[in-house]
Design a protein around this ligand. Sequence first.
Ligand SMILES: CC(C)(COP(=O)(O)OP(=O)(O)OC[C@H]1O[C@@H](n2cnc3c(N)ncnc32)[C@H](O)[C@@H]1OP(=O)(O)O)[C@@H](O)C(=O)NCCC(=O)NCCS
Length: 173
Amino acid sequence: MTGAPLPDRLDTARLTLRPFRMEDVERFVPLIGDWEVARWLARVPHPYGPEDGRAWVALAARNRAERVSLDLLAVLIKDDGRPVGGIGVILADGEVGYWLGRPHQGIGYGTEMLRAVVPAAFALGLPRLWARIAPDNHRSRRVLETVGFTPQGAADHYELTAGRWRFLTQETA
Ligand SMILES: CC(C)(COP(=O)(O)OP(=O)(O)OC[C@H]1O[C@@H](n2cnc3c(N)ncnc32)[C@H](O)[C@@H]1OP(=O)(O)O)[C@@H](O)C(=O)NCCC(=O)NCCS
């Protein structure tokens, strides 16, 4: 890992990714508190209330300060910065996790936010990124494959190396 500062803002065509703030709690808790979202996420408690949201915002800030993880809230550029989901990378090993609220699924935001975070994580010097998915999480599998991750051994483990990312982005540049 390099000592480069963690990004505090990434922009995509439709989204801004930026750190979670306390004032976001009331708007992101109902999204991640939905069992249809939480059931795919290994580390998210359920039920999930405002207290969990506040604890998460504090933890994410601490993890950023201590370079433990990069956690970003995805908000819509339009619609008054409405939160739609979140994405995070654990910096010790490159594990990536992401989620979108149910009303915001199915329109490509997943691919959009992962495509923004991958180069930011590689810019920090991580050699590889990886994600674990449930066998029947076909959407997440598709998002990972679209961005360039490939299954490793067990099909629930997807990985993308910095070298492959360079290759893919040069190829499509
Ligand atoms: C996983 C998640 C982030 C995907 O993001 P998304 O923006 O909803 O993804 P999309 O709906 O654009 O779908 C991505 C791809 O999967 C395809 N897809 C959608 N539903 C599918 C299904 N039931 N089976 C197979 N493919 C499907 C889409 O066609 C799209 O493929 P394309 O890019 O080739 O058109 C989002 O659905 C989510 O938050 N799910 C709940 C939490 C979660 O699963 N997190 C990941 C844990 S590893």
